[in-house]
Design a protein around this ligand. Structure first.
Ligand SMILES: Cc1ncc(COP(=O)(O)O)c(C=O)c1O
Length: 398
């Protein structure tokens, strides 16, 4: 029998997003007990305000003549020239404006990319833990996600396992470093080993495996850590970036795609992406915010405050006895659950009014994610609750 609305969408609605579900639980608890009595670490919503310089630019640019008109679907040429310059300086490759397409945030950038790359049945490898919206961006095009678990604890890619997962149907692999949810920055040695595996696969199967590098946390890194340039290492790379995190502008929906200039047939892929941007209904990225972003390409708003909060929350967790790797980037911690079932752990935490997202929500059971986009007071005041949760888990394990 035919369903009234899209069967595929209705099924997805029923399975739901774990992050959203926890967010809703948090809202319910806050209404019941008061916001100050709930420790909600569920949502990765950048909490700093864009600083005065950015706000001033928004004001000034909003009154520039012609800024609000239709434009080429790839975006403003001068903006793309600036981004190409940055990509060139970071990768050493000859990026030009033609290789850059402005998009409506990373979510749209990934949708445009997979719309342009995939045929039904094509496989896309992801390294778990990963941002589960990838399943939709790939699935919307009939693609199939094949998840390969990262090395526990370090969350580095397990390159031999990736090598073993690649087959004739593999069209692409998604990299996300710094990673949501683990905060891991993939070391250059791992990326070089991966490049070798992809070269071997290309020889064996007769077509490239494209690297889709999802980089919204590129500038959110701590302690002088350097994120290796994916575009430098992989000739067949597509970089997707956004200013949602770095400029604390997630509501404004602005980002870009950069296609590696040394990729074979890159002109066809770029034309496909511009077509996809238009026909998926994005048309072009928000005009005003293309211009704003171009003035602040390398900024990371609130970085020092994120670092302080990372350190404070990490200290609280490890003191309470949780096993946790200090992340090098993004704004999440991804500790190990002291009980085997991560969904049960999320419930135990909820009983102490602490909202976390179970690792299963990132295809990596046995762990949980905490976003530290919350106030320092929330972090400090959560210490007692984390001690109590650790104790609750100990009692269960006895
Ligand atoms: C890993 C990852 N990729 C992509 C996105 C989407 O970002 P945007 O707001 O730029 O669409 C997010 C958002 O949280 C993310 O965490």
């Amino acid at each position: 029998m035919r369903t009234m609305f899209s069967e595929k969408v209705c099924k997805s609605l029923a399975s739901g997003s774990m992050i959203r579900a926890m967010f809703e639980q948090g809202s319910r608890l806050k209404a019941q007990f008061g916001a100050e009595n709930v420790f909600d670490f569920a949502l990765g919503n950048p909490d700093p305000e864009p600083d005065e310089e950015i706000i001033d630019d928004i004001r000034a640019l909003a009154s520039e003549p012609g800024i609000h008109k239709y434009m080429p679907n790839a975006g403003f040429h001068d903006v793309r020239v600036k981004i190409a310059g940055l990509m060139k300086s970071e990768s050493g490759r000859e990026f030009t404006a033609d290789d850059v397409i402005m998009v409506t945030g990373a979510a749209a950038g990934l949708s445009v990319t997979f719309h342009s790359l995939l045929d039904p049945g094509d496989e896309v490898i992801t390294i778990a833990p990963y941002f589960m919206e990838y399943n939709s961006y790939v699935g919307n095009q009939g693609g199939v996600v094949k998840s390969v678990p990262a090395v526990p604890g370090s969350f580095r890619p397990d390159v031999p396992a990736v090598r073993a997962a690649i087959g004739p149907e593999t069209k692409a692999i998604i990299l996300n470093s710094p990673n949501n949810p683990s905060g891991a920055v993939y070391p250059e040695a791992d990326l070089l080993a991966l490049a070798e595996a992809l070269d071997d696969a290309e020889k064996e199967f007769g077509h490239p495996v494209y690297v889709v590098s999802d980089e919204p946390y590129l500038r959110i890194v701590y302690d002088g850590v350097r994120v290796p340039s994916v575009a430098r290492i992989f000739k067949n790379s597509i970089t997707v970036n956004s200013f949602s995190k770095s400029l604390a502008l997630p509501g404004e929906r602005i980002g870009y795609i950069a296609v590696c200039p040394d990729m074979e047939n890159k002109e066809l892929l770029e034309a496909a992406m511009i077509y996809s941007n238009r026909t998926l209904g994005f048309v072009n990225a928000p005009a005003l915010f293309q211009k704003v972003a171009a003035r602040h390409l390398e900024r990371a708003v609130g970085l020092e405050s994120y670092r302080e909060r990372r350190d404070a929350l990490y200290g609280i967790l490890t003191e309470a006895g949780f096993e946790c790797t200090l992340p090098e980037g993004a704004f999440y911690l991804f500790p190990k659950c002291p009980v085997a079932d991560d969904r049960l752990f999320a419930e135990i935490a909820l009983n102490r009014r602490v909202i976390v997202v179970a690792g299963s929500g990132f295809a990596y059971p046995g762990y949980f994610r905490l976003s530290y986009c919350v106030s320092m007071d929330t972090i400090r005041n959560s210490a007692e609750a984390f001690r109590a949760i650790a104790e609750d888990c100990r009692k269960r394990s006895c």
